[in-house]
Design a protein around this ligand. Sequence first.
Ligand code: UGA
Length: 436
Amino acid sequence: MALKLSVVGCGYLGATHAACMSSLGFDVVGVDTDPEKIALLSKGELPFYEPGLDTLLATEIKTGRLKFTTDFSAVAEADVHFICVGTPQSKDGLAADLSYVKSAVTAIAPHLKSGSLVVGKSTVPVGTAQGLREQLTQSAPQADLAWNPEFLREGFAVEDTLTPNRLVVGVANDRAEEILKEVYKPIIDLGTPWIRADLPTSELVKVAANSFLATKISFINAMAEVCEAAGGDVTVLAKAIGYDPRIGNRFLQAGIGFGGGCLPKDIRAFMARAEELGAKQALEFLREIDAINLRARQRVIDVVRAELTEDLTSYTIAVLGAAFKPDSDDVRDSPALDIAAQLQAAGAAVVVHDPKAIENARKRFPNLGFAASVEECVKDSDLILHLTEWREYRDLDPKALASLVKKKIVIDGRNALDRDKWRAAEWQFHALGRTD
Ligand code: UGA
């Protein structure tokens, strides 16, 4: 008999995982405490924007294999239970808030049938899985617990789930590994590398990967600072070092830095956990990675002031982009939105455009100005700030925009616009890390 699956927590990760597992042919029930989210998902509608997931979800709902509910007892029929709830930064420090993970396991424990496997996918501090496994052996000795970190990127969620570059499972015994191999058979058959680890290593793999990615971005942003001081060009530097396959050219895009619901909070939680473990010094460098990242936001504001005046009160600034990255409507810790809000706090009139994230941005900063089109956004502006590299911004025609603005000044905070094209249309063009 085919395994039945449950997914606990139907946010970004859970909704994606549930739809993708259903597309592999499993019966899947998604459970969440939020009735509004469940109502939307049950109709095959996504509560957030993710390319490709909307159509996949709608298709899978129609097959009848995929269901969503707020009733936790619905997990009783499932053999494997994926925990996909959030682990945000806690309100009072750097550590991760584990309350959602703990309540998810507590909520399903009474319903677990004999031989079932609980599989954590959420990003947690090392040691959490072992603690939860011990707790579960008390409350539901008939079940076991494994960890299976998730590496999906927003904007590529379906692709990263169905064709990941590796599968990592943290297990305490062979049986747990066998069950997970059964679930992921279609993906393993594609030749996907399979890595069996112990529970703590599997938790560490995830935060180590995100820390490495954050380090890469802050490294290139540190080089951008040096380029600015020395009269160099960070885009040329990145290209040149990237040809060395040991370095690689990806994640070397200098600009306003990383944001989102993962990288910033993961490096902070990792530092907090290392300190608890007595390994504080090993991760001290992440404090610098965080500082370089936040400094990038300040640096772009400095360029704005240098182009206009120190006092921003009489200027209108058009901000292109609110999401923390393109192809996403997520504004959690978005560098773009943070910069927009800081400029407004400094007295400028700020008008923001984003192809998908306006609604979420408005909820967070209701007092910012928002525009439904790029043209409306830039109208009568003194300066355009490009902060999220959506394709439609790269395709803009600077000649056409020139007639709408008060001053032809553009600052590229993502090093993604075609400088020559803008300069040919007589714009003053500036970018982070490029002195020319
Ligand atoms: C990140 C990881 O890339 C995923 O592998 C991981 O699964 C996920 O976190 C998670 O922990 O769940 P994501 O947050 O979707 O994925 O975003 P990224 O594509 O990693 O981008 C993060 C930030 O870095 C964005 O703000 C992006 O604009 C910025 N970035 C990225 C740069 O500033 N420069 C670059 O070269 C690349």
